[in-house]
Design a protein around this ligand. Structure first.
Ligand code: E4P
Length: 217
């Protein structure tokens, strides 16, 4: 499974990219607002840090303006994935932009039928929002399972990009369900390495090693 980080914070992106384990970045208008940066400038900077797809979202609601915005974003860098909302106009824009060779991430997906439409529109990525479904007591994981089944039934190439991930457990569950990508907030991504028995075991090994009086270097 690929890991994208869900942020527009440059320091976090640089730090996580230095692990060699980061496959891409997703942003949205709320994350851009949180960064306090100019949208086009920050997205271009992110594209220079990571080689993989960087999602940048259009803000228009009509297809013509979405296309104009999407084409402008796509010109920023080769690794831009234009993010469009899951509306009829968004799907139309998806079809046109993918036809032009631009990666498209269809966002704000909350049902399997929406994901089916996005695949038919040629989306590179579909972004089902798990946490926001959980917030209203619906099962985000069931949605990932449904989309995986439908995409496998028809061999759709659209990648399932599990989004709105809030916990390490969400990451494990979407991996078990076969999501292609998980986009994860920086803190949750960093937390994946943690286990108290790893810390305890390492402490014991180092204490015992010290007793030997030896050095490797
Ligand atoms: C995905 O692309 C979105 O940016 C994101 O995952 C939304 O997460 P949230 O529901 O925690 O805001």
């Amino acid at each position: 499974m690929k890991f994208f980080v869900d942020t527009a914070d440059i320091a976090d992106i640089k730090d996580l990219a230095s692990t060699g384990l980061l496959d891409g970045v997703t942003t949205n208008p709320s994350l851009i607002a949180k960064s306090g940066r100019n949208f086009l400038e920050v997205v271009e900077e992110i594209c220079g840090i990571v080689e993989g797809p960087v999602s940048a979202e259009v803000t228009a609601l009509d297809v013509d303006t979405m296309l104009a915005e999407g084409r402008k974003l796509a010109k920023l860098a080769k690794n831009i994935a234009v993010k469009v909302p899951l509306t009829w106009d968004g799907l139309k824009a998806c079809k046109v932009l993918t036809g032009e060779g631009t990666m498209v991430n269809v966002t704000l997906c909350f049902s399997a039928n929406q994901a089916l439409l996005a695949a038919k529109a040629g989306a590179t990525f579909i972004s089902p929002f798990i946490g926001r479904l959980d917030d209203i007591n619906l099962d985000g994981m069931e949605l990932i399972h449904e989309i995986r089944t439908i995409y496998d039934n028809y061999d759709y190439a659209t990648q399932i990009l599990a989004a709105s991930i809030r916990t390490a457990n969400h990451v494990k569950e979407v991996a078990m369900l076969g999501a292609d990508v998980a986009t994860v907030p920086p803190a949750v991504l960093r937390s994946l390495v943690n286990h108290p028995l790893t810390d305890k075991g390492l402490e014991q090994f180092l204490a015992d090693w010290k007793k030997t009086g030896q050095k490797i270097l």
